[in-house]
Design a protein around this ligand. Structure first.
Ligand code: NBP
Length: 471
């Protein structure tokens, strides 16, 4: 009894792998799952010679933990977390630490932290990225909440996290829901990254006529350069895989309907709430929604001549142009995610250090990429950078890439290949670099129909015009 360093609740794929990761790093772990059979199976498969203690009740779990107790919840996000907290609290005492490592919505984490801390316990919300492999071998960890709780767990978290150049991919991300906020934005960027890669695949395949194997090779080559990242690496791998049934590339047999669990949508909603433009991330969420309207698309393809337009009116880009376009759009999508984090840090007082956020995303997580080292450096050199695109390194990269990027988007548009994220990123870039936008006309229209007033460029004050009485 009371010999375990930490308890893990929830033994689906993430909970199991995190428990194994923690145990491998020298900690004794008590494990519990609502359906006890899963606990038994887990111990039967993995329990031999390991410091794992199976518990069939929450009372047993609590009794097996050293004080103050440390309990990591790895259950389905949403009501399940509230249920587990309610069932577990009677067995915990003031000073015990409760950690939610699921994909909880940050506002739920804020609420739960207040409720749990009102009872004298300490609460941590912790975003975890890296999927099942990351959980086992070393994820990126995004914890926030009570600072003492973080300090008490820092050694364990550093031990289990991914390491890049010896540095663990974990950092303290402020109070309350800060960690889950960062994880939410991470997922928004992940949506954008995936969509940008998918559009580039479409351009290579339908636009330039490359075969899956050639595209795989292209991505593999790009993965050695500025685009080096986990998502590019797995894309090269995916495109090589053959369908055992037909011998054709397996990817071509997969239904073109992208699913989503909601973290991308949360990022979009939150950006709208805070008034931060993240058009590339939004485009990625909407592209998934559009892909899901398959029946409508099939009908529209029939009625609207779904074939590609023949001879493109814009010249075909070279494969190297597509690499530059993807890189530039990727920079813009990270710039948007970082801008959202900067605003959230101010609005909610999280005190995010964006250089640290980029640092802990360099390893373990799904969006790990070489680019994050450059982002870390950019915010390290200038923590108050107004936007990533203005960091000298990225400013130069975008200027270098822009002609290839424009050529790529023009080609896609002229062929009728949808490029929602690549073009939204370009429009973001062009909007940022436009000293004057046509918003003057929007202000005039608002004043015309709603007397909403406007400001002038040459005089202080607020103005209204009786537009109908003007010639
Ligand atoms: P799931 O999200 O599929 O959740 C399944 C677990 O939740 C099972 O252990 C299940 O117990 C438990 N559970 C449920 Br459902 N309702 C419960 C309740 N009312 N009380 C107690 N336990 C309950 O598992 P997962 O994929 O391992 O993910 C765990 C968390 O980590 C989620 O929040 C997820 O979003 C997040 N996450 C997942 C990934 C990934 O790659 N899968 C990556 C990053 C983060 P049962 O066996 O009794 O049904």
């Amino acid at each position: 009894m009371d010999s375990c360093d930490i308890g893990v609740i929830g033994l689906a794929v993430m909970g199991q792998n995190l428990a194994l990761n923690i145990e491998r790093n020298g900690y004794r772990v008590a494990v519990y799952n609502r359906t006890a059979e899963r606990t038994r199976q887990f111990l039967a498969e993995h329990g031999q010679d390991k410091q794992l203690v199976g518990c069939e009740t929450l009372a047993e779990l609590a009794a097996n933990l050293k004080r103050p107790r440390r309990v990591l919840m790895m259950v389905k996000a949403g009501n399940a977390v509230d249920q587990v907290i309610a069932e577990l609290l009677p067995y915990l005492e003031p000073g015990d630490i409760l950690i939610d490592g699921g994909n909880s919505f940050f506002k739920d984490t804020e609420r739960r932290a207040q409720e749990v801390e009102a009872k004298g316990l300490l609460y941590l919300g912790m975003g975890i990225s890296g999927g099942e492999e990351g959980a086992l071998k070393g994820p990126s960890l995004m914890p926030s909440g009570h600072r003492h709780a973080y300090q008490a767990l820092e050694g364990l978290l550093q031990a289990i996290a991914a390491k890049v150049q010896g540095e663990p991919c974990v950092t303290y991300l402020g109070h309350g829901g800060g960690g889950h906020y960062v994880k939410m934005v991470h997922n928004g960027i992940e949506y954008a990254d995936m969509q940008l890669i998918a559009e580039t695949y479409d351009l290579l395949q339908r636009g330039l006529g490359l075969k899956a194997e050639q595209i795989s090779q292209t991505f593999a080559t790009w993965g050695q350069g500025v685009l080096n990242s986990y998502l590019i690496e797995i894309t090269a791998h995916i495109l090589k895989a053959l369908d055992p049934l037909s011998g054709a590339p397996l990817v071509e047999k997969i239904l073109d309907v992208a699913e989503q669990k909601g973290t991308g949508k949360w990022t979009s909603e939150e950006a709208l709430e805070l008034g931060v433009p993240i058009p590339t991330l939004q485009a990625a969420v909407e592209a998934r929604a559009l892909s899901a309207q398959r029946t409508l698309r099939l009908e529209a393809a029939r009625q609207l001549d779904g074939e590609l337009l023949g001879e493109a009116s814009s010249p075909a880009p070279a494969v190297a142009d597509l690499e530059q376009a993807l890189y530039a759009a990727k920079i813009c999508s990270y710039a948007q995610g970082m801008a959202l984090l900067a605003q959230a840090s101010q609005t909610y007082g999280y005190g995010f250090d964006l250089s640290e956020v980029a640092r802990i995303w360099r390893g373990g997580c799904i969006i790990r990429a070489r680019l994050l080292e450059d982002i870390r450096r950019a915010y390290g050199e200038n923590p108050t950078l107004p936007n990533l695109v203005l960091a000298p390194f990225f400013r130069q990269a975008l200027v270098n890439a822009q002609s290839a990027w424009r050529k790529t988007v023009c080609f896609g548009v002229s062929k009728g290949i949808p490029l929602p994220a690549l073009s939204a990123a370009l429009a973001y870039f062009d909007s940022l670099r436009s000293a004057r936008l046509p918003a003057n006309l929007i202000q005039a229209q608002r004043d015309y129909f709603g007397a909403h007033t406007y400001r002038r460029i040459d005089e202080e004050g607020v103005f209204h015009t009786e537009w109908q009485s003007m010639e």
